[in-house]
Design a protein around this ligand. Structure first.
Ligand SMILES: [Zn+2]
Ligand SMILES: [Zn+2]
Length: 101
């Protein structure tokens, strides 16, 4: 189950549950769309994987699987990209399509 983390790991922009701007990798490293498309170039600095748009957890509790029972994450991860370290990761992964990494 996703934590639905509250912010972009790189620029700290808030990414609430209903944000259309939140992107995640398979480990749920969470970044805003701007950071993913500009700085990260669709390469996760923590794992090298690609990103997809994060889904929104329903607020409607008809099914019981909703934000009331499974609250939105409050744990902030703020770990701006270190450009020297990231250079190597970017170079390794950027020219391989995400499904083949
Ligand atoms: Zn960002
Ligand atoms: Zn990752």
């Amino acid at each position: 189950m996703l934590e639905i983390r509250p912010n972009c790991e790189n620029c700290n922009t808030l990414l609430p549950n209903d944000s259309d701007n939140a992107m995640i990798c398979s480990f749920e490293c969470t970044f805003c769309n701007e950071c993913v498309s500009t700085i990260l170039q669709n390469v996760c600095p923590n794992c090298g994987g690609g990103f997809q748009k994060r889904p929104t957890r329903p607020v409607n509790c008809l099914t019981g699987n909703c934000v009331e029972k499974y609250p939105i994450g409050k744990r902030k991860v703020f770990k701006p990209v270190e450009s020297n370290k990231f250079k190597v990761i970017l170079k390794t992964f950027m020219n391989i399509e995400p499904r083949k990494r």
